[in-house]
Design a protein around this ligand. Structure first.
Ligand SMILES: Nc1nc2c(ncn2[C@@H]2O[C@H](COP(=O)(O)OP(=O)(O)OP(=O)(O)O)[C@@H](O)[C@H]2O)c(=O)[nH]1
Length: 288
């Protein structure tokens, strides 16, 4: 079952239970505690009640299977994979500080390289001291190329250079790091827009993905962040980090339902191999 085992099971399924009214009430509580959100929880439990009744389910194992089926259906939003068809493909990584953006870029670079892609990192976080250095460490670990400028320089210029280098060197994928924090939110959003315009101009035939990195341990707060970013950046997918050991795995469902954007990868540890493509069925099995 692999890495998804690091996700904590819902409490209610860790012991014996019988399928009665108490069960549905406890399940509701358990899902809300896992940060699935009120609306998403009520929808899942209501659907489960209906199917249990329709199919005359009595056995706990069958209820589990039925709930897994419902969760998988609820997670089926958008395209699960990355579109890397137009070269050089560009993946813009956005998200607030500390969520695990740099680590995720390193892990993703490693994964894409292992799949046979030539990868280049663009150190677009020129605001935070040492951000580019940290990214260089990951570039070295994953053995991929990097374009960086001095601290305080214009991130759009970094991206411009990275796009030119990518074309000249026949790079397959450019991964762009961005600042998670600036003097204020408006500056941050303006900067992201400027980077986006450079990518659009310099990569006319490039496939483009915008991945929002969220920290699973921040639960429903992460969802508020996701909504703010999506308004200005047009995200195509989410990477949910720090799912290892958290009991808040339910937030994946809240994100899928409320944002209509797929979770494309999950982070399950600090190591270079701890990034997994999101698999709804394996996830549902780990949670329930
Ligand atoms: N347990 C666990 N820790 C993680 C995961 N992803 C990242 N981290 C840790 O989270 C911390 C922050 O990660 P960074 O990659 O530096 O976060 P960031 O978003 O790039 O932060 P800034 O560079 O400040 O914007 C580090 O200690 C990482 O090792 C994960 O999936 N699981």
């Amino acid at each position: 079952m692999g890495l998804f085992n690091k996700i904590k099971k819902l409490n209610i399924f860790s012991g014996l239970f019988s399928v009665d009214e108490d069960f549905f009430e406890e399940l509701e509580e358990s899902l809300i505690l896992s940060d699935m959100g009120m609306e998403t929880t009520l929808e899942a439990v209501e659907t489960l009640r209906e199917r249990v009744k329709e199919r005359k389910i009595k056995e706990p194992e069958e209820v589990k299977a039925c709930l897994r089926e419902i969760l998988v259906e609820m997670l089926a939003v958008g395209e699960p994979g990355l579109d890397l068809s137009g070269k050089p493909a560009v993946i813009l990584m956005i998200g607030v500080n500390g969520v695990g953006k740099t680590t995720t870029i390193g892990k993703l670079a490693n994964r894409l390289k292992a799949d046979g892609n030539r990868v280049l990192l663009a150190a677009g976080d020129t605001f935070r001291a040492a951000a580019a250095e940290q990214l260089s460490v990951w570039a070295e670990r994953a053995q991929v190329e990097i374009v960086k400028h001095e601290e305080g320089s214009d991130p759009a210029a970094v991206v411009f250079d990275a796009m030119n280098a990518a074309r000249a060197r026949r790079v397959d994928v450019v991964l762009v790091d961005t600042a998670g924090r600036l003097h204020n939110k408006q500056n941050l959003m303006n900067e992201l827009n400027k980077i986006r315009r450079v990518i659009d101009r310099e990569g006319e035939s490039s496939s483009k993905e915008v991945l929002l990195v969220l920290d699973a341990t921040t639960g429903q707060n992460g969802l508020i962040q996701a909504k703010q970013f999506s308004q200005s950046a047009g995200i195509t997918g989410i990477v949910l980090t720090k799912l290892d050991g958290t009991a808040k795995g339910g937030v994946v469902l809240a994100i899928a339902k409320e944002m209509g954007v797929p979770v494309k990868y999950v982070g399950l540890g600090e190591g270079i191999d701890d990034l997994q493509p999101f698999d709804p069925a394996a996830f549902a099995e780990a949670l329930v």
